[in-house]
Design a protein around this ligand. Structure first.
Ligand code: BGC
Length: 380
């Protein structure tokens, strides 16, 4: 009897101290909020850090809905921040190429900065040669979103923004909602919804710049990429799609089998020259609706891997060709040419002027609904 009691006592002690000891070592899953900076009008901007119990951390600010950092382990368990960006609000307010931002109302380019919808022409700010890029001069990436932490099983942050009728030339009051959530299997999920009160066009994406070796740690040319696309949309010299859906067969755009990003990035190819590397929309293969695998990237050196799943029809693969070392990021390192890649899930560029592309129009009573998952893991 005595020894039984002793055993129970021991088990009791182990249960209390043993597990609480482990619990203290284990990262705490949840959301933490801190002040990130202040807008000129005094409005406070916050930084929300989502953590899962495996220690993956994603920091997001309500300024532009920007993903500020993503910390994930390599194959040895060493964490690194794998997205380019800044550690302060001012960095994002300065001249920089949409690091981590939520891009809208229309992500990517609209040709000649205009489009017609039901016979009415809308003029947009031309901020990229003759074209309108990423929602204009004050796109969604430069707006203050309203943030709300959502209680539930996994750390979840909801961001909402009302884009007023006529803002940056677009018709209709658009209520946009973006929900970021972090799962236990190291996946950052982004759910986008939007509703309008007038016919309009919508294309929402996230513009994270990834470097799986860690931000600021050289170029991404040795990373290997697979893109689940048989076709891409060739562009003209101003990066507007011609309307053709071209087969990737025999071109530098065939990533149906894994290939180093750098293998054909300077190929003697008109499309590569127009993009100064890869800056093209891929027509994603899919079988049915729902999330499907769009791309996978691995860094052979660190073993970090990223998979992108999406409901969207297109994927802009951009290899940071316009980064030129003039911007210094979080760790003080200069971000040189091709020091990151972007995988922007999206509707095709210039869809409002290309009736043959999947429609990006949204009418009152409809809900725009798209989701994308960035899932991290490691390979041997
Ligand atoms: C575009 C690039 C552009 C970059 C930053 C990408 O989505 O395709 O051409 O330089 O965004 O604006």
């Amino acid at each position: 009897m005595r020894s039984v009691n002793c055993t129970y006592y021991l088990l009791f002690v182990l249960a209390i101290f043993g597990t609480s000891g482990r619990a203290a070592d284990k990262p705490h899953s949840g959301i933490e909020r801190r002040t990130f900076g202040k807008m000129a009008d005094g409005k406070t901007i916050d930084l929300y850090t989502l953590t899962n119990s495996r220690g993956m951390r994603v920091a997001i600010t309500n300024y532009g809905g920007v993903v500020v950092s993503i910390a994930v382990p390599d194959r040895k368990g060493t964490f690194a921040d794998v997205v380019l960006g800044f550690d302060n609000l001012e960095g994002y307010q300065g001249k920089q190429p949409y690091f981590g931002a939520l891009v809208g109302r229309y992500a990517n380019r609209i040709g000649n900065a205009r489009f017609k919808l039901h016979g009415v022409e809308y003029k947009l700010p031309a901020n990229n040669g003759p074209n309108s890029l990423h929602g204009g001069l004050q796109g969604f990436d430069k707006q203050v979103w309203t943030a709300r932490e959502i209680a539930g099983m996994q750390p979840t942050l909801e961001l909402t923004y009302l884009s007023k009728d006529g803002e940056e030339g677009y018709p209709g009051n658009l209520r946009a909602k973006v929900v970021y959530s972090l799962s236990e299997d190291n996946a950052l999920r982004i759910d986008y919804t939007a509703m309008t009160d007038k016919d309009t066009v919508v294309n929402l994406t996230n513009h994270s710049y990834f470097n799986l070796a860690g931000e600021g740690n050289g170029d991404i040319l040795k990373h290997e990429i697979t893109i689940n696309a048989d076709r891409f949309t060739p562009i003209d010299s101003t990066l507007i799609p011609t309307g053709e859906l071209r087969n990737v067969d025999g071109t530098p755009f065939d990533f149906r089998k894994p290939a180093p990003i750098g293998a054909r990035i300077d190929a003697d190819d008109e499309q590569i020259k127009f993009g100064k590397g890869y800056d093209h929309n891929f027509v994603l293969n899919r079988s049915g609706a729902g999330l499907s695998l769009a791309a996978r990237v691995t860094d052979p050196e660190s073993g970090r891997a990223l998979e992108v799943l999406t409901t969207q029809p297109g994927l802009q693969f951009y290899t940071g060709n316009f980064l030129d070392g003039s911007v210094r990021g979080k760790s003080g390192k200069a971000y040189g040419r091709r020091s990151a890649f972007c995988l922007e899930t999206q509707h095709f560029p210039d869809s409002p002027n290309k009736p043959s592309f999947p429609s990006a129009a949204l009418e009152p009573g409809e809900t725009f609904r798209e989701s994308t998952v960035y899932r991290f893991s490691t390979s041997k």
